[in-house]
Structure formats: structure tokens, C-alpha cells
Design a protein around this ligand. Structure first.
Ligand code: GDP
Length: 197
């Protein structure tokens, strides 16, 4: 067990902007990525506690960086910039792609990407592209359906299946429903991380 469902220590260690900045010290990494507004900050805050992250998100220039958090001195949580925000132009998209592509091509011993999909909205065409890209890169990917509190309990299974179908994910691909607001699914997410750490 890597975390034992418990954060003893979470510290912000680095904002990476280019390949030279990326951390390569052999520790496993969990990278969080998703459409802007998908609930990534809320989920990270839920997982890590508010202190460290609140400070980071207020620091100008940190948003288009790859932010590393060292957890329990054992693994990194890596906060990737969100994609598809409303005002993104061609240059923004190219910058995002270059940054994330550089990060994923930087080889580390163990990396799992958590692809966040808005549980209420479902998978968008940009989410499809992101998933296809991760699959092509052969990155170990866990799909996380956020804001699941906004989907009625009786409809959640169907919504998860819809996300799976839209992304073209295999039957055995893991899709974890979570709510940063209610805490639903958070223990299951920790277990999934534990089994992969
Ligand atoms: P980010 O842009 O991906 O970092 O998204 P944020 O964490 O800033 O969240 C975007 C919006 O979704 C905010 O208004 C949040 O309050 C809301 N949100 C995030 N997580 C949840 C959740 O689990 N449930 C609900 N109902 N709303 C959420």
C-alpha cells in the first residue's frame, strides 16, 4: 500500500515548463488531466487537503505549468494544465499539446494518468481526442468521472457506460465515479491509486 488511504505529507515541489524541468527521480507518478472546469482542482484539493494547492492556484503563471506535488515522500501527483477552455486559440492549444506531449515523452519508471471526464456532461470530442492520444502513447490510464453527485444514483451506471462507449474504452478499462463535493468514490479512488503506486 502506497498511501494507506492517508496523506501524511503533501508538498508542492516544482512547476515544470519544459523538458529540463520535469522530475526524474524514479518515484511513481499520478498525473491528473482533463478539460478545463472538469473539477480537477476540486478533486486535488479533496485528495490533498486545501493548504498547498490553494496557494499554487493563486500564483500567476502556474496555470500553464506542470505542477508536481510530492506525497508522503513516495510518489508524485502531477497536475497537468486543463485543455479546451473557452477562450483557447490555436496558439494556446499548440502550447498545451507541446507541454503535455513533452511531459508524456519524458520517460519515468511508472506513470499513471487520471483522465478526468465531467460525469454530468459526459465525454466531449476533446475528451475523446485526449483518450485516443493517451492510448496511442500507451500510457496507463484511469478514467475518472467527476461531479458524480450531479447525476442521480439510478442513472450513474448508464452514464459511466455512456462515457466508456463515447471514449471507445475497453470493457476492462477502469472508470471511477467521484465527487469532490460529497466525497463519493474518493475511498475507491485511493484504493485504485494504492494498487497502482
Ligand atoms: P478545474 O478547472 O478542472 O480545476 O475545475 P474546478 O475544480 O475549478 O471546478 C469547476 C467547477 O465545478 C466549480 O464551480 C466547482 O465548484 C465545480 N465542481 C468541482 N467538483 C465538483 C463536484 O464534485 N460536484 C459538484 N457538484 N461540483 C463540482
Amino acid at each position: 500500500m502506497t498511501f494507506n488511504l492517508k496523506i501524511e505529507k503533501a508538498e508542492f515541489v516544482r512547476a515544470g515548463h519544459r523538458t529540463e524541468d520535469f522530475v526524474r527521480d524514479g518515484r511513481p507518478e499520478f498525473a491528473f488531466v482533463g478539460r478545463s472546469n472538469v473539477g480537477k482542482s476540486s478533486l486535488l484539493n479533496r485528495l490533498l487537503g486545501r493548504r498547498g494547492l490553494a496557494r499554487i492556484s493563486q500564483t500567476p503563471g502556474r496555470t500553464r505549468a506542470i505542477n508536481y506535488f510530492l506525497i508522503n515522500d513516495r510518489v508524485y501527483f502531477v497536475d497537468l494544465p486543463g485543455y479546451g477552455y473557452a477562450k483557447a486559440g490555436r496558439a494556446d492549444r499548440a502550447e498545451w499539446a507541446a507541454l503535455v506531449d513533452g511531459y508524456l515523452r519524458c520517460e519515468v519508471p511508472k506513470r499513471t494518468v487520471l483522465l478526468l471526464i465531467d460525469g454530468k456532461v459526459g465525454a466531449t470530442p476533446l475528451d475523446q481526442q485526449a483518450y485516443r492520444y493517451l492510448t496511442e502513447m500507451e500510457v496507463a490510464t484511469v478514467i475518472v468521472a467527476t461531479k458524480i453527485d450531479q447525476v442521480k444514483r439510478g442513472k450513474r451506471q448508464a452514464q459511466l457506460e455512456d462515457i466508456r462507449r463515447t471514449l471507445g474504452a475497453a470493457e476492462e478499462a477502469q472508470i471511477l465515479p467521484v465527487s469532490a463535493e460529497s466525497g463519493d468514490g474518493i475511498p475507491a479512488l485511493w484504493s485504485a491509486l494504492d494498487s497502482r503506486g
